[in-house]
Write a protein of this length. Structure first.
Length: 291
């Protein structure tokens, strides 16, 4: 989630507070305006931006800083706590046997993400398997198979089959020795009834422990509608954000997390299967704010 503009602009504003022991209303309003400007530029949904900035403003004006705490450190702590509240806790991903289903639109990076998550589990000592159910996109089987080979994990797919639900069912049986099953589903260019019906059938068949919505970091205001549609259909337990190695703004992912009342599970930071990390809200916000 590349919100670097927020971090750099806030740090510049905070520096103006050096030496101050108390915040006045003008100081707080300047900081809040910087937060609003940066988050809106990053494609965070307007209502979420206003809620966040209102909370920060109210606390900054009404809370007494602890003894010996500078105005700068006090407002920084408030911004930190409110930002952590927005992104929430990291999605719970226990190191035990489970089934994870991935959903999202075409081009969001689901197939690559499936192999990355499988690789991550394998490095934790578990035996993962990727099950590719996409019968819609040409080349999806070969891509998934190659990525699974790169990750050195078990793989199941059927390039000749037309029924993704049957592929999912057969895949679970064929890889029953695996500890973790990661089911990759088909995406579309837009939310279609056909896609929703299909993913609901797959979800009913595989009965996943977790549904992860995969979002491209470049997703903008459309994230809200997408997140709501997938959440209504199958329930979203967590969000995985892909392509964070580029110049994507990333604010749409914050909107999706807020819309589905979920959390962020993984961050994809590059093209290889090793380019994945668990999302840790405290560390992420700390880095963002230069703490």
């Amino acid at each position: 989630m590349v919100l670097d503009n927020l971090g750099s602009s806030l740090r510049g504003t905070m520096d103006k507070l050096r030496g101050k022991s108390r915040l006045d209303e003008e100081d707080v309003q300047e900081i809040v305006k910087e937060i609003q400007r940066s988050l809106l530029q990053a494609d965070v949904e307007v209502d979420l931006v206003m809620d966040l900035s209102s909370s920060i403003e109210e606390r900054a004006l009404n809370e007494e800083p602890p003894g010996g705490t500078s105005a700068r450190d006090h407002i920084l702590k408030i911004v930190y706590e409110e930002m952590v509240e927005v992104v929430g806790e990291s999605t719970e991903i226990p190191l035990e046997s489970q089934t994870i289903m991935l959903s999202g639109l075409q081009g969001s990076g689901k197939t690559t993400t499936a192999a990355k998550i499988a690789w991550w589990f394998s490095k934790k000592g578990l035996r993962p398997a990727v099950i590719q159910t996409d019968t819609f996109r040409p080349g999806s089987y070969q891509q998934a198979k190659q990525m699974a080979e790169n990750a050195e994990v078990a793989f199941y797919g059927d390039p000749d089959a037309e029924d993704p639900v049957k592929i999912a069912r057969d895949g679970l049986e064929a890889t029953e020795d695996a500890d973790v099953h990661i089911v990759d589903t088909a995406g579309r260019h837009a939310l279609e009834t056909e896609l929703i019906d299909e993913i609901e059938e797959i979800e009913e068949t595989v009965d996943p422990d977790r549904n992860l919505l995969v979002l491209d970091a470049a997703i903008g205001q459309g994230a809200k509608e997408q997140a709501r549609e997938f959440d209504d259909a199958i329930g979203v337990d967590g969000v995985t954000i892909t392509k964070l190695d580029g110049t994507a703004k990333g604010g749409g992912a914050l909107t999706a997390v807020n819309e589905t009342d979920s959390s962020i599970a993984f961050l994809g930071t590059g093209e290889t299967v090793q380019d994945i990390e668990r999302f840790e809200p405290d560390g992420f916000i700390s880095r963002l704010l230069g703490m």
